[in-house]
Design a protein around this ligand. Sequence first.
Ligand code: FMN
Length: 185
Amino acid sequence: MTARTLVCYGSSEGQTASIAERIGDALEADGYDATLVHLKHPPADLDLEAYDGVIVGASIHMGHHQQYVTAFVRDNVEALNRLPSAFFSVSLTAAGNDTDSQETARELLAELPTETGWEPDRTLTVAGALKYRQYGLLKRFAMRGIAGRAGGDTDTSRNHEYTDWDDVESFALEFADELVALQEG
Ligand SMILES: Cc1cc2nc3c(=O)[nH]c(=O)nc-3n(C[C@H](O)[C@H](O)[C@H](O)COP(=O)(O)O)c2cc1C
């Protein structure tokens, strides 16, 4: 039996989009059906009920997830609470190895479900990336300051990626396995 999974996400600099792609690839490699949707431009006829489960992803910018993801979750909260659902939150904070950073990353993650009344069955904080080479000058130096204070990389001559791809794949496959177990009763 195959599980149809919707993977929908917000992404401002592309890292969450890459993570969603990896989730889609991992699901398909294991024989599951995955549909990817960028929530900035969702198709008008997107129907959550057409899926067996939904994974939502968003990244943190200036302390918050993308507003359009929060709006999407709020608009679809009944379906999301009825279906098996999962949420991953991408941030620089999640890259910190200390307990404080991990706790802050979980607090950042919790904001969206709390604000919208969504109760995802599974959640994951994911370390994102610093794409210095992609940022304009002002953003590059602002992010260098933020990263420096957070103990992150300050070498702006290259990009830095902190994402644990194995963790991302396990999160997706464990969720899909649960969907199948639910279907098989
Ligand atoms: C302008 C800007 C603001 C950010 N603000 C935060 C923040 O407040 N907290 C945090 O943990 N990470 C912050 N980050 C790091 C992002 O969450 C990280 O770069 C992530 O990979 C971005 O995902 P995206 O490429 O999908 O947008 C910020 C990044 C940028 C570029």
